[in-house]
Design a protein around this ligand. Structure first.
Ligand code: ADE
Length: 232
């Protein structure tokens, strides 16, 4: 699977993806990554990529032309119009379900906006999915793109070394993850729950499920209320 990122700050995303688990997956060739600098595609002088909004208002907008040409350079390389995600707070919030869906694509383009936004006309031409990573406003889409790449990558087979570790966790089955413990058995007077030392697999599973439900009720009750939470 290949992630393409359209951005004015390629190093920012590159450095994040090169690090840790996604970095190792790249070295192994399981995922690929290429940042395309939108500024390299402007036809205007001095690398200009933004201008004032028609109708007035604060700040600058990214212009359509450099974004479209940068996008078309990708289309020419891969030979088709790929799924293209625009990162924006004006969208549905990203979920584990979307991460899994994106992980099935052979190529995916992530468009990072900056300044006050992007000319709507280019979005209408190229964007297939609008994605927000939460109800707050970032200075640009790069951090959001990193979040999407990280979450989608770990759903690509082979990225996580433990085959089960992508399944039994928060947001699988609408439940938050149960509490976990490692050595030592006692730390600052606090003991690991005895059941986890019992070696009784079925009891351990039952305990974990109870704890997951308890934790979900306490921290995210809305996840339980939805009959068949389609976001998971
Ligand atoms: N760009 C700015 N804020 C954002 C957010 N919350 N999610 C995705 N992209 C963004």
């Amino acid at each position: 699977m290949k992630f393409w990122v359209l951005t004015l700050f390629p190093e920012m995303v590159e450095n994040a993806v090169k690090t840790s688990i996604t970095g190792r997956a790249m070295e192994k060739g399981i995922i690929e990554f290429e940042a395309v600098n939108i500024r390299d595609y402007t036809i205007e002088r001095h690398g200009k990529v933004d201008d004032y909004p028609y109708g007035g208002g604060a700040g600058m907008l990214m212009q359509a032309q450099p974004i479209y040409d940068a996008y078309m350079s990708i289309v020419e390389k891969i030979g088709y119009e790929p799924r293209t995600v625009y990162l924006t707070p004006a969208a549905k919030v990203f979920t584990q379900k979307k991460a899994k869906e994106f992980a099935l694509e052979e190529n995916i383009v992530l468009l990072c906006g900056h300044y006050e936004g992007v000319d709507e006309r280019v979005l209408e031409k190229i964007v297939t999915d609008y994605v927000s990573i939460g109800d707050y406003v970032l200075t640009g889409g790069e951090l959001a793109a990193m979040v999407v790449i990280d979450a989608a990558s770990r759903m690509v087979p082979g990225v996580l070394t433990n085959a089960a570790s992508g399944q039994d966790e928060s947001f699988s089955g609408n439940l938050l993850e149960y509490p976990q413990y490692t050595r030592p058995e006692e730390w600052m007077g606090e003991k690991v729950p005895a059941i986890l030392l019992s070696g009784h697999h079925a009891n351990v599973e039952k305990w974990r499920r109870e704890k997951a439900i308890e934790r979900t009720m306490e921290r995210r009750p809305e996840l339980l209320k939805v009959e068949d939470n389609e976001d998971n």
